[in-house]
Ligand binder design. Sequence first.
Ligand SMILES: Cc1cc2nc3c(=O)[nH]c(=O)nc-3n(C[C@H](O)[C@H](O)[C@H](O)COP(=O)(O)O)c2cc1C
Length: 207
Amino acid sequence: VNKPRIGIIIGSIRPGRKGEVIANWVFEIASRRTDAAFEIVDLRDYPLPIYNEAVSAMHGALDPTWSMPEYVVPWAEKIRSLDGFIFVTPEYNRSTSSVLKNALDYLYCDWNNKAAGFVGYGGVGGARAVEHLRNMAAELQIATVRGQVPVSTIHDYENFTDFSPSPFLPRMIDGMLDQLVAWSNALIPLRAAAGTFEPAGVSDDDR
Ligand SMILES: Cc1cc2nc3c(=O)[nH]c(=O)nc-3n(C[C@H](O)[C@H](O)[C@H](O)COP(=O)(O)O)c2cc1C
């Protein structure tokens, strides 16, 4: 039986980022499960310029003469290989990070008809960042589960530096993963039927 492959995407590349410790903690808890295969996806490993493409990935997919820029290919291949995502997002100015938004914008079909859950962190558990990400996911045709895990940069740290997660957070991760694994599985046959590399549900005159 093929298990869904779920990427835990670290939404910060800052030196000293809190996101790496949080993502590793999510990975450790997720890896106790046997119903999916989890991996960390570090945006530091996929450096992309600030998005300035002449043709969007969605339009490109509709044009047989278009090919994806070479520097985007490793990122596209990574996302294409996954069935679902956990976005581990910081909150910067009440939204997600620019580096994560940038990475989202580069691809289209590779996100379509997959599932996602969220781990947010910040003063209010990254709640506002996650709300913005849910909107972005709607356009990318990513199905977002209800569950999300709020890590507080106030309550879940000692001296604001040492990560000391509240005891209820692992249970929230598992609740989110129950939904995420189920939806990731459910969408695999849908993608097979739709054809993965054409923009799902988009026609030429949509935009
Ligand atoms: C540019 C910037 C803007 C921020 N804005 C917010 C904010 O609006 N809300 C919030 O809760 N935290 C905010 N923070 C604090 C971040 O949540 C905190 O620095 C966190 O550690 C960032 O994640 P990272 O360390 O993984 O990059 C901001 C931080 C930065 C650098």
